[in-house]
Design a protein around this ligand. Structure first.
Ligand SMILES: [Mg+2]
Length: 284
């Protein structure tokens, strides 16, 4: 479909949150003299204490981005965990939670979407209970907590220093035989149905919002399909994808790492959403 060179483009921006846009004190990796540190905005409290931050520049950039695009927080967090995060003055119209297992529309869970995802998972792989039992069976002293999320997937909190390198590898192999996959992020080892992707939910939001162009950002293995589904994407120079050397032709990598990468990602998304796609742009 040909469009005039400067036709307005309906841009969808789907971005992961943790370690892509928002950072805990442990993940922000700020180095340098104290007097050079950027001003930070706290966007999440947990049990009464501040937990997640972005730079003030990134916060301003996100407001600008949300004003000109359909900006969709796209996270593995459960809806409950997501609701603690106050990224914008006005909450976004859409949010993707539980790695695509929940789609919030104006803050309300879309029950039909959640049911459809669960039906698809049930067909595609082993039940969550089987994964949970196995995790209990193989656990060692390094497993600090075991949790399930949204009745969809499981994760364990581990002591990274004591975690045997082969443990995640063996778990990954076991999961793969059952239509599941793993992701190691900080102190958490996730086990998710392979069919549960952020990309599927992002494609649904693209359809509903009539997007011409999709931009994406993410840092972990759970973001790969999302980055691949987008017309253009960006990832930080840290995290699981960076550690595994993951690249894709249309995915940019930040220069900075830590919370500074978050600011760079917002800048990149703003710049890309302002560009009218030259010739090849558009999803139609
Ligand atoms: Mg992340």
């Amino acid at each position: 479909m040909s469009e005039p060179a400067n036709a307005p483009v309906n841009v969808l921006v789907c971005s992961d949150l943790d370690r892509t846009l928002i950072y805990s004190v442990n993940s922000m990796a700020l180095t340098g003299p104290d007097e050079d540190m950027p001003r930070l905005v706290c966007v999440e409290f947990y049990q009464g204490a501040p937990l997640s931050y972005l730079t003030e520049t990134a916060a301003r950039g996100l407001e600008a981005l949300a004003a000109v695009t359909t900006f969709v927080p796209t996270t593995t967090r459960t809806p409950e965990q997501y609701r603690r995060v106050h990224l914008l003055d006005k909450p976004p119209a859409y949010a993707i939670c539980a790695n695509g297992g929940h789609l919030l529309v104006d803050g309300v869970d879309d029950a039909d979407w959640a049911a459809a995802v669960r039906a698809r998972n049930a067909e595609a792989g082993a039940p969550l209970a089987e994964i949970g039992e196995y995790l209990t069976r193989i656990g060692g002293d390094f497993v600090l907590k075991r949790r399930t999320a949204s009745d969809l997937f499981a994760y364990t909190v581990v002591d990274r220093a004591a975690l045997p390198p082969s443990w995640v590898e063996d778990l990954t192999g076991w999961c793969a035989e059952r239509g599941w996959r793993t992701s190691l992020q900080g102190r958490k080892v996730y086990c998710l149905p392979a069919a549960l992707t952020k990309a599927a939910a992002a494609t649904e939001v693209a359809r509903r919002s009539g997007a011409d162009l999709m931009l994406a950002a993410g840092d972990s293995l759970l973001d790969t399909e999302l980055l691949e589904a987008a017309d253009a994407a960006v990832r930080p120079a840290h995290g699981e994808l960076h550690d595994t050397g993951w690249t894709a032709p249309h995915t940019a990598v930040t220069t900075a790492s830590g919370i500074a990468a978050g600011q760079e990602i917002v800048g990149w998304l703003l710049e890309r959403s302002a560009q009218s796609p030259p010739g090849d742009g558009g999803r139609s």
